[in-house]
Ligand binder design. Structure first.
Ligand code: FFO
Ligand code: GTP
Length: 456
């Protein structure tokens, strides 16, 4: 194991809570805490057995003043989260206690941990691979049970095992080719080519079945960005409220949300939906409103799905048509709202063909809308209990590996030299290794961990 310096961070969110956790990892973790921890038993923490918890008080080192009442646990390397010595201090939740304890830990020689640094050490020390480390963030970010299941499966090595199996197979193929090339007198070329081809086809099939899950996988991990669009006053906000009333998931402050755009999480039978309510789109001279309208237009561009709403109690006008022209590049569902009022629509317009009749105020048609969304994005590629590829980085690596394998197959078909085929196979092997972090450059690895939160 590599020898790193000792790092520390508060692992729980800032603010008031029942308890808070301060994590310390590295060779000096135990010595550092020993200096400031007075155990109730009178024992010395430095001599405590691993994987035990101890009750006592954290003292300010210089004055000996009691800072807080705590429970301290000790995990001995390599059986800990980071695979280093880890000490965890559980203190009373709150700004003052956590800050003062962390300060003492620093005074004793620890350094503040960078975002994701604990998990990064678990990776660098070989306890988990990169795909498993990435799953840790996905677990933290998971908004629905379904998102959580996918992330947990990945953190337990589900994808990594599939990738390792394929990479081993590729290595065997490479070894096989090498033997053939080294002993040309045995005239094994064509038999080897045949065998390599069979194996490559098998791997392509495996990779493609993984790739097939990636569309749904991404939605399960990141959520389906669904923008409610339409003219002012057609009932967009009412729809948002009706949808949220039944199935509100976790309400978070999504960064970048402006006053004019509301973003909320909705749990649609396990599918996380980021519902975006936009300002009504129309031409306006009012500067403030125009900013809102411009943001709405931008949100349309970023949407996975647009719910385009019309007020059924009024004829379609130019303002509606102007929004329709913007929908050409989006997947959308047309909603005809206010079905409780008199119908004044002219149904000639082609966009109205598959429209769903709803009432945002009395809930009419809402279950049909939900079903339509599910049918549109989930064709059952991901079956219950199956793992899906949810991360764009993994998807890209799989796609590149697949291309290299296809190059190898083309070379075999063209009766190219077997060592040409070897190059393609080892390129595929290398791309797949990026997923588990075996062949990824250090700066890219650093970037992945920098997206974590401090204390993870
Ligand atoms: N107190 C505490 N709770 C926590 C965490 C933590 O770091 N501390 N976790 C932080 O995410 C999660 C649990 N993740 C963990 C992952 C690995 C190990 C660990 O010690 N693994 C060793 C030993 C396993 C064993 O005893 O067999 C290993 O894998 O070698 C601990 C926690 C959630 N709860
Ligand atoms: N009768 C009836 N009224 C509705 C229905 N849905 C919304 N409304 C009413 O239509 C009006 C406008 O609704 P909002 O939800 O604020 O419309 P909006 O599209 O968000 O409007 P802007 O924020 O201005 O873009 C309100 O008075 C709602 O009560 C419906 O299904 N039936």
């Amino acid at each position: 194991m590599r020898d790193f310096d000792t790092i520390a961070a508060i692992a729980t969110p800032p603010g008031e809570s029942g308890v808070a956790l301060i994590k310390i990892s590295g060779t000096d973790a135990k010595t550092i805490v020993s200096e400031i921890f007075k155990m109730k038993t009178g024992g010395i923490f430095l001599n405590s057995r691993p994987w035990t918890m101890h009750y006592g008080h954290i003292l300010e080192h210089d004055s000996g003043d009691v800072i807080d009442e705590v429970v301290v646990s000790y995990f001995m390397a390599p059986k800990s989260y980071t695979a280093e010595d880890v000490v965890e201090i559980t203190c009373h939740g709150g700004y003052a206690s956590t800050r003062r304890i962390l300060e003492q830990v620093m005074v004793m020689g620890a350094r503040p941990a960078a975002p994701g640094e604990f998990t990064k050490r678990a990776f660098l020390n070989g306890r988990i691979d990169l795909a498993q480390a990435e799953a840790v963030i996905d677990i933290i970010n998971a908004k629905t049970d379904q998102s959580m299941r996918t992330a947990m499966a990945q953190s337990q090595g589900r994808l990594s095992r599939e990738i390792s199996t394929i990479r081993e197979k590729l290595l065997n193929m490479l070894a096989f080719i090498e033997v053939t090339v080294d002993f040309p007198e045995d005239d094994l070329e064509s038999a080897t080519a045949e065998k390599v081809k069979d194996n490559a086809l098998e791997i392509v099939e495996k990779i493609e079945s993984l790739l097939k899950t990636s569309g749904e996988g991404k939605i399960i991990r990141d959520g389906l960005r669904t923008v409610i669009a339409g003219k002012p006053n057609v009932g967009k906000s009412s729809l948002l409220n009706t949808l949220l009333m039944e199935n509100r998931a976790i309400v978070t402050d999504v960064p970048g949300t402006t006053r004019d755009v509301i973003e909320e999480y909705l749990n649609l039978d396990g599918i996380p939906i980021i519902l975006v309510d936009t300002a009504g789109i129309r031409d306006t001279q009012d500067i403030v409103e125009r900013i809102g309208v411009d943001i709405s237009k931008q949100k349309l561009v970023e949407a996975d799905l647009v719910l385009f709403m019309l007020d059924r109690s009024r004829p379609i006008d130019n303002e509606d048509l102007e929004i329709i022209t913007r929908l050409e590049n989006n997947r959308y569902i047309v909603l005809l709202n206010k079905t409780d009022l008199e119908d004044r629509l002219d149904y000639d317009h082609p966009i109205l063909q598959d429209a769903i009749q709803v009432s945002a105020t009395n809930g009419f048609g809402i279950s049909e809308l939900k079903k339509r969304i599910k049918d549109m994005f989930f064709d059952g590629t991901v079956k219950a209990g199956e793992y899906s590829v949810s991360n764009d980085r993994h998807k890209e690596a799989l796609m590149r590996a697949n291309e290299s394998l296809k190059d190898a197959l083309a070379a075999l078909k063209g009766n190219m030299q077997l060592d040409v085929v070897s190059i393609d196979l080892s390129t595929a092997w290398s791309y797949l290794g990026e997923i588990t972090g075996d062949t990824l450059q250090e700066d890219l690895i650093d970037k992945i961990f920098s997206d974590f939160c401090v204390g993870k």
